[in-house]
Write a protein that binds this ligand. Sequence first.
Ligand code: 0X9
Ligand code: ZN
Length: 306
Amino acid sequence: AFSYENFYPSTDIYARMTQLQSQYPTISSVSTIGTSVEGKLIQMMSIDFDGVSSASSKPIVFIEAGIHAREWISPASVMYAMEQILLTGSANSDLSRFDWRIVPISNPDGYDYSHSTDRLWRKNRRVPSSGCVGVDLNRNFGYGWGGKGATTTDTCDETYAGTEAFSEPETQAIRDAVTAVQSRLKFYLSVHSYSQVVLIPYGNTYKLPSDFLTMKKVASGFSASAKKPNNRKYKYGATAWLLYPASGTSDDWAKSLGIHTSLAVELPPKQFDLLNSYGFISPASDIIPVGKEVLEGLKGAVRAIK
Ligand code: 0X9
Ligand code: ZN
């Protein structure tokens, strides 16, 4: 049976999403937003607090998780937060002020490959005509594609950006699901591990956007609330300064649509944390504590969005 004491491959997570949908039929729906390189479904949970069949005009939060295969804590903690939003959202005015679109496994081929074969796999499973397998999906989006912190020449690079922007079916799926709700989209969150930081666009430049301080308030709201469950502090700041420059990322592309706030969060552990030096290999005992941080962080973030 599914629990938050283990990590699971995509089929089990999708089964759980279907089960949750049947438990909350009035407010939830599961849809297929695309198909991976290997033909796996990319599934999205929609939570519409006014009811699935009403024409809601609520603002939308879009959460994309699991775009990097090895970052297992991302799908797991986002599934935990999703369940809590379904269970408690109707009675929570921070959560129910928004409708939610949640893609827990944005890279199902890579994710399952990291379960079956190579625990530290990052990219998707694109097989090129020559060279190495895999495109970094978080370099394949159509804003600043191929710029700083990405490579377009070496297919073997861990940040290989693909042959062109949106060359991959997985990024096309996210793109189309996001643009379908663009007019209502207020907040986009890309969930990664690890570093324990909240990153503010844009990642492809050291220059700050004119509304940086507006987004910084949302990042600060996430950080302050995420600290509540376990007293873990998430630093927040401009991506290129706090982490490193990266181009063609999902959060940059989402922000470029003109939405209020787009952020990327890197879940625990911190970098250079000697007590928790497991890096990408999160223990399953982290799922519930980190899941609570994601849930509380989201509440704090949306409270800062007016
Ligand atoms: O490099 C990445 O894609 C992300 N870090 S990770 O270790 N999870 O691979 C950071 C992406 C942050 N977003 C932007 N740079 N815009
Ligand atoms: Zn990542």
